[in-house]
Design a protein around this ligand. Structure first.
Ligand SMILES: [Ca+2]
Ligand SMILES: [Ca+2]
Length: 114
């Protein structure tokens, strides 16, 4: 009986971890949302400034991925400026504040190379 309970519990745990792991791999984000709270606020600009002044780090690059609003490949003061302009209600040429859908890892319609 105990073996059945343990097996069932383990199966559920593996299923939960698989779902969470898959979700994290394909999740989208809000452009400009440095702290990943789904809103672009002035604290997001502050977080970028803290990275630029080496007060905090972005070891996995996730903040850069979400907050590099001009897609230059790096966080810089220009990203801060665009986020500040967005928060001031000014026009911005980027999709700041919009949800960016995840990109599939592979193209399901891609033909194999023969
Ligand atoms: Ca935010
Ligand atoms: Ca940038």
């Amino acid at each position: 009986m105990l073996k059945k309970v343990l097996f069932f519990t383990l199966a559920i745990a593996i299923a939960i971890v698989s779902v969470i792991g898959a979700d994290a791999a394909v999740r989208g984000y809000t452009l400009g949302d440095a702290d990943n709270n789904n809103e672009v606020e002035i604290i997001d600009a502050t977080i970028i400034q803290r990275i630029l002044s080496d007060m905090i780090t972005d070891p996995d690059g996730s903040i850069t991925h979400r907050a590099d609003v001009d897609r230059s490949g790096d966080l810089d003061i220009i990203d801060v400026t665009w986020i500040q302009r967005y928060n001031a209600g000014m026009d911005v040429p980027y999709r700041i504040g919009e949800y960016i859908s995840p990109v599939p890892a592979t193209d399901p319609y891609e033909l194999p190379i023969v």
